[in-house]
Design a protein around this ligand. Structure first.
Ligand SMILES: *Cc1c(COP(=O)(O)O)cnc(C)c1O
Length: 366
């Protein structure tokens, strides 16, 4: 049976590789020959232990994670990390530094403020978040415990094209919307977190990669933390203190295998570059009609944002695109315009279809 599937430009939860979905479907009733479906299996079973173990091993291989780093699987979404990061990293008297490049980084700072002291190391808000600041623009304060960055700004469509660096301070990075889309020099980061539902799997699991020295709270401070908000809990129990999100972890495991078959992250980055280029070329060849939001040196390969001459035309663009089999193109409510999200599993044919639709639409309405 073939199922009708359209080009899904959703910003998240987002498109997953079809072969992953097919394999998951086949394992719903019985995981391998176990006779127990993946939704029904114990997180203490040897089947699941093999799944989470292989997922961690494949993540370590794909990202070339150095020794001295822990890989954790949590729930609560990336948003819970906005709180966990300061709860675990901000010792009394120290300050969380934030680089504001969009809505998610602002939210991360707001949550940190509930926990302790924060400082804005840089912000491009006055420029409508069109660009990513250079490392030279970062101004961290005394007593800084870490610098928090957001590698890809899902809503505004910008992405760091350089690794952040701030005088050797630990870098904490929210990689939710470009995780596993390109190689990353993990050694430059103290802590990386990513909600899975953009590139790595379905909603429900968040991957945290942290360097051992980020587990810096003393016993007394740890005793005050709710157990589920303490990274130590996940480290000490290998992410299995309580029932983890078994099914989302299983899907992440299948996605990681798929990434390995694809050839790894350098291969994936080249694919993503080629895909996004098709849409950016369409924008750049019709600048009288389409206006890209992001500055060219800060353009995201994951979320491509642009405006049309009027809101009425944007409305019509999204409507006609949907009728042509392309859904999810309406921009985020806070920004408006059009947003095409083209994560790892989004097919090249979909980017080609959008680029040619853009040419056709501009010809008819320009
Ligand atoms: C989607 C997203 C989030 C929010 O993730 P949740 O899992 O819904 O909490 C946070 N940061 C970034 C960069 C995102 O793209």
């Amino acid at each position: 049976m073939t199922t009708h599937r359209i080009f899904n430009f959703s910003a998240g939860p987002a498109v997953l590789p079809e072969e992953v979905l097919v394999e998951a479907r086949d394992n719903l009733l019985s995981l391998g020959s176990s006779g127990i479906g993946i939704l029904e299996c114990s997180h203490r079973s040897k089947e699941f232990e093999a799944i989470i173990g292989e997922a961690e091993a494949n993540l370590r291989e794909l990202l070339a994670i150095p020794s001295g780093y822990r890989v954790l699987f949590l729930s609560g979404g990336a948003t819970t990390q906005f709180s966990m990061v300061p709860m675990n990293l901000l010792a009394p008297g120290t300050v969380g530094n934030y680089v504001l490049t969009g809505e998610w980084s602002k939210k991360a700072q707001v949550e940190a403020q509930r926990v302790g002291e924060t400082h804005v190391a840089a912000s491009t808000e006055s420029e409508q978040f069109r660009r990513i600041p250079t490392n030279d623009e970062l101004r961290c304060c005394d007593r800084a415990a870490y610098v928090h960055t957001t590698s890809n700004n899902t809503i505004w469509g910008t992405e760091w094209q350089h690794e952040p660096e701030a005088g050797g301070l630990p870098i904490v990075c929210d990689m939710s919307s470009d995780f596993l889309s390109r190689p990353v020099d993990v050694a430059r980061y103290g802590l990386i977190y990513a909600g899975a539902q953009k590139n790595a799997g379905p909603a429900g699991v968040t991957v945290v990669i942290l360097r051992d020295d980020m587990l810096r709270l003393d016993k007394a401070a740890q005793a005050k933390l709710p157990i589920m908000m303490n990274y130590r809990t996940y480290v000490d129990h290998k992410s299995l203190y309580n029932t983890p999100p078994v099914f989302p972890i299983y899907i992440v495991h299948l996605v990681l295998r798929w990434l390995k078959r694809f050839g790894g992250l350098a291969q994936m980055a080249a694919h993503n570059q080629a895909k996004a280029q098709l849409v950016y070329d369409a924008i750049d060849s019709m600048t009288g009609f389409y206006r890209g939001h992001a500055a060219p040196d800060s353009r995201s390969l994951m979320n491509i944002t642009f405006r049309l001459p009027s809101e009425a035309l944007e409305e019509q663009f999204a409507k006609e695109a949907k009728a042509a089999g392309m859904d999810g193109l309406k921009g985020h409510r806070s920004v408006g315009g059009i947003r095409a999200s083209v994560y790892n599993a989004f097919p090249m044919a979909g980017a080609q279809a959008l680029a040619s639709f853009m040419r056709d639409f501009a010809a008819r309405h320009g």
